[in-house]
Write a protein that binds this ligand. Structure first.
Ligand code: ADP
Length: 437
């Protein structure tokens, strides 16, 4: 089933596509599919969309077409947005509908300009440390990793299998969330747990959000006008899920998420770090079973567990409004910031020399107060400061927000995981076809 196109197919595709080849990026989450069709000549989006609430009574598909130069290649797409509500019982049905939307615009999975599909895959274990061309053996290995990512890897697999069914000849590449962190040294990834048990069950820190940390650390070096290989960066990916990484000369040396995305920073709904004995205590004293504790720590903790809201915008609104409700929100905010500052301090020690701290993802890109509070008072000790005006500027471009004189640059860098997945996919596929594989 997972047969690959022939070498001749791959050559023909890369040839036809030339520099203007396109990559479809698929991100199949637990109840959603997000996609972007990216033109590799300039990274522009041709189409994008999402299907959400897969498996629920009504699912929603939103498909957006960006400006497409029609004509020569038979594309009929006009810029616009289509939204439909219908029931998709599973990822397979949802993806077929996405393929039909793309085909309706002349950009279907059989389009000659499409050179590959890049799939986001959450867990690559220790086996997958690079983007990987998908075949039956790779599929089986991703399946074997399901116990490490029980919510995500099965959805990723369904996405891949459906795409393979729809066009078995098209190269498909898996890009793993864990891969960028594979360069961590053993003293960073190994838990201080009986080695035989840890090795037998794959207990170690893997880290996640890797494509974002890779993209943002490289982009930050660019902002400083330096080579990534000469730049040390602390990346703070603060979205609903949140993670920090220490990147030394372009290689990840430490990250805050662990065996699963539960470890590390305070997140929207996840606790981040806590004493593992909390789990035994809840089992013994509260009689909770594993599933209940898992749900508590992953979905009813973090900012949501502390104050009832996981959206930082709402928390900020409540703090401004004041009163007892605002105080609860303020405490949640303070706990979030305290954890973040501990990681900034720790990663400064890990790196020894820090050239930049980069804020990214929903909160990191949009919330100046989080950025200010995260580094407040660190100027004397760590040489980190933000310029009030630069920090307050509302902009979507990558930019520096530290004062000129600061020893450590502070940057806001919008992440672009889809572009990173597309670039890694394209690089692998064109390299393989030009080397005749
Ligand atoms: P994920 O990809 O992990 O779902 P995102 O990176 O999209 O998350 O971030 C989503 C979060 O970003 C929201 O839950 C919200 O807390 C935060 N966010 C978005 N916009 C703003 C804003 N203007 N100010 C503060 N926080 C924001």
């Amino acid at each position: 089933m997972a047969e690959q196109g022939s070498d001749a197919d791959a050559d023909a595709r890369a040839g036809q596509a030339g520099r203007a080849g396109r990559v479809l990026v698929l991100n199949s989450g637990s109840s959603s599919v997000k996609y972007q069709l990216i033109d590799m000549a300039d990274g522009s989006r041709r189409a994008a969309g999402l299907v959400e609430r897969i498996g629920e009574r009504t699912s929603r598909l939103v498909h957006t077409v960006h400006t497409v130069h029609g004509g020569a290649d038979g594309e009929s797409a006009r810029p616009g947005r289509r939204e439909t509500e219908q029931r998709f019982p599973g990822h397979g049905a949802a993806l077929k509908a996405v393929a039909a939307e793309l085909a309706a615009d002349g950009m279907g999975l059989d389009s000659p300009r499409l050179v590959a599909i890049g799939h986001r895959v959450v867990h690559g274990g220790t086996r997958f440390t690079d983007p990987t061309l998908i075949d039956d053996e790779v599929l089986a290995e991703i399946e074997r990793l399901v116990p490490l990512a029980p919510l995500h890897n099965p959805a990723n697999l369904t996405g891949i299998r459906t795409a393979l069914d729809l066009n078995p000849g098209l190269p498909q590449v898996a890009v793993f969330d864990t891969a960028f962190h594979a360069t961590m040294p053993e003293h960073a990834w190994r838990y201080a747990v009986d080695t035989a048990t840890a090795d037998r069950y794959g207990l170690r820190r893997y880290g996640f959000h890797g494509t974002s940390h890779a993209f943002v650390s490289r982009r930050t070096a660019g902002l400083l006008g330096r080579e990534p290989g000469e730049t040390n960066v602390i990346v703070l990916h603060l979205g609903n899920g949140a993670s920090a990484s220490a990147v030394a000369g372009g290689r990840c040396v430490e990250t805050s998420m662990g065996l699963t995305p539960l470890e590390g920073l305070v997140m929207g709904t996840r606790s981040g770090d806590l004493d593992p004995a909390v789990v035994f205590h809840l089992a013994r004293v509260a009689g909770m079973d594993t599933e209940e504790i898992d749900t508590l720590l992953n979905t009813r903790s973090g900012l949501a567990g502390l104050c009832g809201d996981n959206d930082m915008r709402e928390i900020r609104r409540r703090i401004t409004a004041g009163g007892p409700d605002g105080e609860r929100a303020r405490l949640a905010f303070d706990i979030y910031i305290h954890r973040l500052r501990k990681y900034i301090g720790a990663y400064t020690a890990v790196l020894g020399r820090v050239d930049a701290i980069a804020f990214t993802a929903g909160v990191g890109e949009n919330d100046p107060e989080v950025r200010r509070a995260a580094v407040a008072g660190l100027e004397q000790t760590l040489g980190v400061a933000v310029d009030t005006e630069r920090n307050a500027e509302s902009a979507t471009r990558a930019r520096l927000i530290s004062p000129e004189y600061a020893r450590v640059a502070v940057a806001v860098v919008p992440t672009d995981e889809e572009l990173e997945i597309a670039a890694q996919t394209y690089q692998l596929v064109t390299r393989q076809s030009s080397s005749g594989r």
